[in-house]
Design a binder for this molecule. Structure first.
Ligand code: CP
Ligand code: NVA
Length: 318
């Protein structure tokens, strides 16, 4: 597969990015192709002001380092500006309806990025918005992360064909979007999660349907040692996601056998990379040896958030 050929494709019919479910394989590959192009331009200092004068409103109901910095810097590099809006400062935080918030913000801005709790909030925001809405993480999904994840995989391995992505740990928002992205682009998947922390069954159904359609194999294990055999990337995420703090002790106990350590990564392919959306908890879901080791691609992955979101904004907000 040569991503370059997707640069020329003019068809991109998405209005929002609430998740990757409604995206076609071609649309995702087009985002990735543009992301690589913009990454190269940014590195070489070639101007690419595709969104000159445009404003992106960025609503945060949860903490963030990468999402905030990557969107704010990304829109600036495209010639526009980002508006950081913390929900604790917005009237939304005092009960102003999503509908009114959406209608008002979209009357003044050219795009809205939101990080929040329920997926339904992002969907309601999009329903009333006259401009593109981008999901910057919900309890259910993290689509921008997944785009950066598969971009990083491609950057390192040069293809998705015949390769295997292995996700180990909590079947959470990051896992849902990662699996959907893999199912769409043709990257086989192995999943190792404890029985009580499997991905959401509804999501799993949609991902499996997509995988079947695209000839993608999904193998499910409860033993991570079996799941990582033949893996080209091992991915994990925190055991306690934002908003789940009350369950932290329970989750630690359930997931302790799912730590990605040196012995686990040694069972995968020699050129297997380690991926993590960050922030990481060294000593919990991953050892310092792995995340700081030579196979770790986590900082390229974090940087790719910016490049892939620039591509996404350019395609949605053009
Ligand atoms: N991976 C990610 O979304 O990081 P932040 O929470 O720092 O935005
Ligand atoms: N699963 C994590 C991802 C953080 C980027 C969370 O939701 O907190």
């Amino acid at each position: 597969m040569d991503l370059k050929k997707y640069k020329a494709k003019a068809k991109f019919n998405q209005k929002h990015c609430l998740g990757l479910e409604g995206y076609t394989t071609d649309e995702i590959l087009q985002v990735l192709a543009l992301a690589f192009e913009l990454k190269e331009k940014q590195k070489k200092g070639i101007p690419h002001k595709l969104l000159e004068g445009k404003t992106l409103a960025m609503i945060f109901e949860k903490s963030s380092t990468r999402t905030r910095v990557s969107f704010e810097t990304g829109i600036f590099q495209l010639g526009g500006q980002g508006l950081f809006l913390s929900s604790s400062d917005l009237q939304m935080g005092r009960g102003e309806p999503i509908k009114d918030t959406s209608k008002v913000i979209s009357s003044m801005c050219d795009g809205i990025m939101i990080r929040t709790f329920a997926q339904s909030i992002v969907e309601e925001l999009a329903e009333y918005s006259s401009v593109p809405v981008i999901n910057g993480l919900t309890d259910l999904l993290h689509p921008c992360q997944a785009l950066a994840d598969v971009m990083t995989f491609y950057e390192v391995h040069g293809t998705f064909e015949g390769k295997l992505m292995c996700y180990v740990g909590d079947g959470n928002n990051v896992a849902h979007s990662l699996m959907m992205a893999c199912a769409k682009i043709g990257l086989d998947l192995a999943l190792a999660c404890p029985e009580d922390h499997m991905p959401d069954p509804e999501m799993m159904k949609k991902i499996s349907q997509e995988a079947t359609k695209n000839g993608v194999a999904i193998s499910i294990y409860d033993d991570p040692k079996k799941a990582v055999i033949g893996a080209d990337a091992i991915y994990t995420d925190v055991w306690t996601s934002m908003g789940q703090e009350a369950d932290a002790a329970k989750k630690q106990a359930a997931l302790s056998a799912y730590q990605v350590d040196e012995a686990l990564i040694a069972r995968a392919n020699d050129d297997c990379i380690f991926l993590h959306c960050l922030p990481a908890h060294r000593g919990e879901e991953v050892t310092s040896g792995v995340i700081d080791g030579v196979q770790s691609a986590v900082y390229i992955q974090a940087e790719n958030r910016m490049h892939v979101q620039k591509a996404l904004m350019a395609l949605l907000m053009k």
